[in-house]
Unconditional design. Sequence first.
Length: 392
Amino acid sequence: MSTVLTIGVDDALSAAFHEISGDVLALGPEAVAEGTLTGHLAGPHAPALLVLGAQVPLRTALSLAGQVDVVSPGTSVVLVAFPDPDLWQEAMRAGVRDVLSPHADAAAVQAVLTRATGLAQARRSAHGAAPTAAPTRRVVVVAAPKGGVGKTTVATNLAIGLAAAEPGSTVVVDLDLQFGDVAGALALVPQHTLPDAVRGAASNDPLVLKTHLSRHHTGLYVVAGSDSPAAGDTITAADVARLVDMLSREFRNVVVDTAPGLTDHTLTALERATDLVLMGSMDVPGVRGLRKELDVLAQLGLVPARRHLVLNGADSASGLAIEDVERTIGGPLDLVLPRHKAVPLSTNTGVPLLEKGGKDPVTRGLQALLARIAPATAPVRGRRARRRAGTR
């Protein structure tokens, strides 16, 4: 984590921050236009101080300060400008924590840095105390900007892993309303599907709802996807909200496999999420889509404190390097899953990798992801395994 992130700050002022802090990441004003800034502000690696320099237009800087206040409350925003009472008032309302003169000397920089980092630590503590502890109940949403990136594989494996640690504690919901296949991935032939779970008495009676769930032999409960696109189209966002709320009261863990993109149903689930697993693939459209979706969710304030960025199907033959991906999305990946023959075999047989167990790198990576979400359910792997699985 960089203590200070500067955007559009001139060399002299940036050098003053570096001399005092020793931990500065300096970006040009184009970082705002390119949308890469969000990646630097999301998650636990957000800087304590964001300095918006004179090269960033004032209106843009004030708008950005308001977004930062929502996306990264542990980051204090400092505006570089000639202060006057009107500017101070407008800046404070926008979420700016301090204003620094472009000609500030070392003493002024030190004072601003001390005030801002102190406030950042206090706000980080206030906002972060609850999320850093393992939540009593989890709603894990698995999402991706496009299809074919392995959402269902990851969602079903996470659900199997959580259920194995505590049978009867976990339910997985297939929220891909038109073409979801969670049931197929688990080799289940459900008697009831998602439309049944949100209609009639099941919509407000937990006992009736449970009779509409399928049960996997591992003890995992399943809300199977709609058996036709037409039936899926009848489900509203309000239905999803009611279902997820009811399930989260009845089960310790709710895992939601979503449709590609950001549908109203996915956004509704994200409003209730304690964890977001956001997935991308190792190709140019997949990486750009991952960055765009992360940016949009950040702007909407729908990135939970426990966010996990996963790149699936990594392959050296793709022409992309992990560094290329991280540069594009504006931050580090949390997990990289390689392409491996174990995955299609698992999909075709309906036996999740974490149910079967194995030593292949994808299984190890899924175990590492499970350990990130629920540390008590899986052992922490050694350094060699971490590098192989691509965890960060």
